[in-house]
Design a protein around this ligand. Structure first.
Ligand SMILES: Nc1ncnc2c1ncn2[C@@H]1O[C@H](COP(=O)(O)OP(=O)(O)OP(=O)(O)O)[C@@H](O)[C@H]1O
Ligand SMILES: [Mg+2]
Length: 625
């Protein structure tokens, strides 16, 4: 007798099971239901959305809106799979502007819960209530709009229910889902109730000014105070929103909100673009914070790639990456000292508000920030900053190094006027300088300066390092890294990946000052390395560059490697601790800081200066003012 065949008969699944399987993709936990129902309310044009929960959303989720409602004859259709009012054709799908488009959500939720739909449209004699289990419809009472009630989630699929976490955890996820919506739609009011108590309420803030108010409501005033405005167009991509200063970065990536055409997304291209904008200013593994809204023609992004719509695919991911990177980078480049108000105590730590937005899209929340318009003197300083940047000379690195050694020689001349007793003119000028007038050097490490707000403390090595680094970067923009041949080539056995990369990227490697060639099918030889790194381990350097090249596109690697080499050079070139500086030299350094991009952080992301306000000093001495 032969073995029984392992094959089983092919049959069609029963409808209920089909729906439950499909629901598995859409509804993972109470928060998924919340997200779908709020999506629907927003698509219906709601101005006020209330969420009521019991048991972290496991026992009950009710979403009530004041949107357009559903006509009674369409209510049963709304619960069917693949039934939607939002698209009718493939063309519609390709340019979809609503949150929903699949006609799946209500059907999926209905398949794994006890659901009811209560809705009324304008002009109807009453509201109607549809029982999702029985399909029974009866008249009911409510104003125009819709309430969806979802009870006992996963009651029919107990295995699923076991995957749920504690009520508190599920509740936290539900709140997070609403937060994401709330950040994108300040004109809509939101309220969240749990077990009969109101736990969050974000009032509607219509108009452009509403954005900052909503950000402050949801993420706190601190977020707004410690972030800069973004409004940047790059090709077909428009990026708006706010990005946190490096000091506002957090240990976890839990305040990174990105939206594409109003939809919250988690996207590698966006995250990486943002991350790379912070690369040069962020310390260690700190995570930046931001809320950014990307707008682009809907046909440039495919929203139909993920069952919960949290991922998208861009037609041109490079253009999105660049837009993100440049949007944040350019906003962060402006030294914060130049944005200081003359009467607000501010430090780059962002513990106070200092931001004067350039456009009405994100203006400061009323009351807290509106006293902070840039003064005429600040404008002058930022203009000088720009002029400084425009002066860039295009020298080779050797000249650049020579120049940076001479840096301390040339700057004080411009400041000869500072010598001698301080005239009232000079004092006035000092008041206008964001970083103030140098008064002393402390322990060979810090520069102390006086500005309109009090005391400024500068870490002179860190600050100078950044200045030298930015200068080198500008000078090297168009030139190559010089390389030095090795006396004896360093060979190593390479992986197939490394072999392939070395072969494909000879030119990029040369740009980086590396000459790498194959000795055999499994061996690579390093024949030349960047002059500035000639002392290091050639093989290790080559391997890490090859690994980077395999992962990222060549342009990014070249830029990053150049920056890293420059950072090393800058560290050597910057003034050392314990070097005595004259007041002129200190003032020259302060002025250069004001005119240098990213000068609030050293090359390793540490702060270069801090403000100690008069108020803080007074507090130290218990002095009531
Ligand atoms: N709160 C609401 N107010 C008005 N109409 C609604 C509401 N919720 C659902 N509808 C109607 O019911 C239909 C089905 O909703 P459902 O969420 O299942 O699908 P969808 O939103 O069209 O697509 P998706 O599955 O992508 O969410 C919607 O197209 C809409 O016409
Ligand atoms: Mg929907």
């Amino acid at each position: 007798m032969s073995e029984p065949s392992p094959r089983k008969i092919i049959r069609e699944l029963p409808d209920v099971l089909i729906s439950q399987i499909a629901a598995g993709e859409v509804v993972e936990r109470p928060a998924s239901v919340v997200r779908e129902l709020v999506d629907n309310a927003l698509d219906a044009g709601a101005r006020q959305i209330s969420l009521r929960l019991l048991g972290g959303g496991i026992r009950l989720i009710s979403v009530e809106d004041d949107g357009c409602g559903i006509p009674v004859e369409e209510m049963p259709v709304a619960l069917k799979r693949h039934a939607t009012s939002k698209i009718v054709s493939l063309e519609d799908l390709e340019s979809v502007a609503t949150m929903g488009f699949r006609g799946e959500a209500l059907a999926a939720i209905n398949a794994v819960s006890e659901m009811s739909l209560l809705s009324r449209i304008d002009g109807a004699p009453s509201a109607f209530l549809l029982d999702g289990q029985t399909g029974e419809i009866k008249p009911a009472a409510r104003a125009v709009g819709t309430t969806v009630e979802v009870k006992e989630l996963f009651f029919s699929t107990p295995a699923r229910r076991h995957f749920l976490k504690s009520e508190n955890t599920e509740l936290a996820h539900c709140i997070e889902a609403v937060r994401r919506h709330a950040l994108a739609r300040p004109e809509v009011g939101f309220a969240i109730w749990h077990e009969g108590k109101i736990i969050e309420q974000w009032r509607s803030h219509p108009g452009e000014a509403g954005w900052n108010q909503r950000l402050a409501d949801v993420l706190g005033e601190d977020f707004v105070a410690a972030s800069v405005n973004i409004d940047f167009r790059s090709g077909p991509v428009h990026v708006r929103g706010r990005a946190g200063t490096p000091d506002a970065a957090r240990a976890r990536a839990d305040q990174q909100f990105a939206y594409v055409n109003g939809r919250f997304v988690r996207d590698k291209v966006i995250t990486h673009g943002a991350r790379s904008a912070y690369e040069d200013v962020l310390h260690g593994h700190r995570q930046p914070v931001y809320v950014l809204y990307l707008q682009m023609d809907p046909t440039r992004v495919d929203v139909n790639v993920h069952p919960t719509k949290i991922e998208v695919r861009f037609r041109d991911s490079r253009e999105v990456h660049q837009a993100m990177r440049h949007a944040i980078e350019s906003a962060l480049a402006v030294p914060r000292a130049n944005l200081l108000s003359n009467n607000a105590p501010v430090s780059p730590a962002g513990n106070a508000s200092s931001f004067a937005p350039a456009n009405p899209f994100l203006s400061p929340p009323p009351g807290s920030l509106n006293a902070l318009q840039p003064s005429a003197s600040q404008a002058t300083w930022s203009q000088r900053g720009m002029a400084f940047g425009a002066e860039r000379s295009q020298q080779d690195p050797a000249t650049a190094m020579a120049e940076l050694k001479a840096l301390w020689g040339d700057a004080p001349r411009q400041l000869a006027a500072m010598e001698g007793p301080v005239s009232s003119d000079a004092e006035a000028a000092a008041q206008a300088w964001p970083l103030g007038r140098a008064i002393a050097q402390l322990q060979g490490v810090y520069i102390l300066a006086e500005n309109s707000q009090g005391l400024v403390v500068v870490d002179m090595h860190a600050a100078h390092e950044r200045i030298v680094y930015e200068r080198l970067k500008q000078q090297l923009d168009t030139t190559h890294i010089t390389s030095q041949p090795l006396l004896i080539p360093a060979s190593f056995s390479a992986t197939p990946q490394e072999m392939a990369t070395a072969e494909n990227c000879t030119e990029v490697l040369a740009q980086l000052g590396l000459e790498v060639s194959a000795l055999s099918v499994k061996t690579l030889a390093v024949r030349a390395v960047p002059t500035s790194l000639a002392q290091g381990d050639a093989v290790e350097l080559t391997r890490s560059v090859l690994a980077e090249l395999a992962q990222h596109d060549a342009a990014t690697v070249v830029q990053r490697a150049q920056n890293e080499i420059l950072a090393t050079m800058a560290c050597h070139g910057a003034v050392r601790a314990n070097r005595k500086l004259t007041l002129d030299e200190m003032n020259a350094l302060l002025r250069q800081m004001e005119a240098t991009e990213r000068s609030d952080q050293c090359n390793h992301g540490r702060p270069t200066w801090r403000q100690v306000s008069l108020r803080e000093l007074d507090a130290l001495f218990l002095r009531g003012r």
